[in-house]
Design a protein around this ligand. Structure first.
Ligand code: GLN
Length: 483
């Protein structure tokens, strides 16, 4: 096996056994990027020089016994909507095509403080709006499992980088499924943490009351480790939660005896692909064999999830994206007066999906429509939160498919509505602010990965990770971890 095929845990082992250096590891990933990037297109920017520089510094620290964390020297890729000082942060948009932030976001600061070299910034749907990465203004990203399929979105580049062995792990952001759905399409583990657990400072805002940063990896241990690196209170994010974070890796005991699993019947209804359903049920059987108990639950408000989600997120987006006016950030299309300059800049800078959402959001917030749309949607959101809370009074975690189908082809979703509908199982989680994890549980007839979603109550990341770990161990014993 080559170094670029190792998980972060395996790399950590090699480093601490002094078998390899961080420089060798980074070189191995850069060589793999060189080999496959032409086809996969996971990155918008590859930061080869900075990564090698950081790796050499890590190797010096190792020789001096001055390691800054247990992950010192293990490289990472990051979605291009997180602010990186001195490195372009485009959000997949023409309006920020040449934007170089003057500061690091909190997660980037934490990665640096832990000694992780940054391999580059990954492709995404423009401003994280989309489910296939087809909305990126710059690049096409292919699913490394099958190049004819999308990698999912909006963190498609972050998922493709890990699935294509161009990075051992990565960070994505999830507003309505953007970590879990690409993880599902690419056969990875992805975690959307509880709202407020990971700082959003320096994450370019799409819908501020939904957005969360989270890890993608090829093993549950890697995802737990990355959570240890990035989680925690941050004064710079007013929605950050001030509470102690557990050691997520220590939660991986492999013991789930007595765990109560709920299967929400609305998530197994019409529209769900048979192969996906069969794989989820087989995985649930394995969890039962490991000591869990299962019951059916009901979340009737799921019916309104798509409308509610797209209405509130578009409203928040229309407000958040007002700042791109050609004055302070990025693109400016010069024109005779300032109003025309705003218009020309925004017309040229934003892509069609972003414009659609700005218009929808502005409409929903305008006088006369606010009560009928925005306020109503917020009321539904409250009911959904309650419904989740009621479910979690009965069960510890909920299990659902991550997506109704496996990865679809480029151009297959003919219009926005079709694309929106594919988010049905993931958006409820962000509406409620609870954590959820997607993990691979099998493949369909086309050998495309099937993802299973585990949802927990607020701050139940440990239960999600441990359940995923338990299942991963069962699959390892059965020899089908690569299914
Ligand atoms: N597909 C959803 C949307 O377009 C989710 C995106 C995300 O989580 N960033 O809004």
């Amino acid at each position: 096996m080559e170094l670029y095929q190792y998980t972060a845990r395996q790399l950590q082992q090699c480093l601490s056994d002094n078998e390899v250096t961080s420089e060798m590891i980074v070189n191995s990933f850069l060589a793999q990027i060189e080999r496959v990037e032409q086809e996969i297109g996971a990155f918008i920017t590859v930061t080869a020089d900075q990564a090698l520089e950081a790796a050499k510094e890590s190797d010096i620290r190792r020789r001096r016994n001055e390691l800054v964390s247990p992950w010192d020297g293990i490289p990472i890729a990051v979605k291009d909507n997180m602010s990186t000082k001195g490195i372009k942060t485009t959000c997949g948009s023409k309006i920020l095509a040449n934007y170089v932030p003057p500061y690091d976001g909190t997660v980037i600061r934490k990665l640096k403080a832990a000694g992780l070299p940054l391999l580059g910034k990954t492709n995404l749907d423009e401003f994280a709006m989309g489910s296939s990465t087809e909305n990126s203004a710059f690049a096409k990203t292919c699913n490394p499992v099958n190049w004819a399929k999308v990698p999912g979105g909006s963190s498609g580049g972050s998922a493709a980088a890990v699935a294509g062995y161009e990075a051992p792990w990565s960070l994505g952001s999830d507003t309505g499924g953007s970590i879990r759905q690409p993880a599902s399409f690419c056969g990875l583990i992805g975690l959307k943490p509880t709202y407020g657990l990971v700082s959003r400072y320096g994450l370019v805002a799409y819908a501020s009351s939904f957005d969360q940063i989270g890890p993608l990896g090829r093993s549950v241990e890697d995802v737990a480790d990355l959570m240890n690196i990035i989680s925690g209170y941050d004064q710079l994010d007013s929605t950050s939660v001030n509470r102690d974070c557990p050691n997520y890796a220590a939660a991986l005991t492999g013991d789930i005896k007595g765990l109560r699993i709920g299967l929400p019947k609305e998530y197994f209804a019409q529209g769900l692909n048979d192969a996906v359903k069969a794989a989820i049920m087989a995985a649930v059987d394995k969890l039962v064999a490991a000591g869990a108990v299962v019951e059916e639950v009901s979340l009737p408000m799921t019916e309104y999830a798509i409308e509610t989600y797209y209405l509130i997120t578009s409203a928040e987006a229309s407000s958040n994206l007002a700042r791109y006016d050609g004055v302070r950030y990025g693109l400016r299309v010069a024109d005779e007066d300032s109003i025309t300059m705003f218009k020309s800049t925004r017309s040229a800078g934003f892509g069609p999906e972003v414009k659609r959402r700005i218009m929808l959001g502005t409409y929903a917030l305008s006088t006369g429509y606010y009560d009928a749309y925005y306020k109503k949607a917020q009321q539904v959101r409250t009911l959904m939160r309650r419904e989740f809370a009621e479910a979690f009074a009965k069960v510890d975690i909920l299990i659902t498919p991550t997506t109704p189908t496996t990865a679809f082809g480029f151009g297959e979703k003919k219009n926005s509505l079709e694309m929106y509908l594919s988010d049905i199982y993931t958006v409820t989680v962000n509406l409620a602010g609870v954590p959820a994890l997607s993990m691979p549980v099998g493949k369909d007839q086309e050998h495309l990965p099937i993802g299973m979603q585990l949802i927990g109550q607020h701050f139940a990341e440990e239960a999600l990770l441990n359940t995923a770990y338990t299942l991963e161990q069962v699959k390892l014993k059965e020899g089908c971890v690569h299914e």
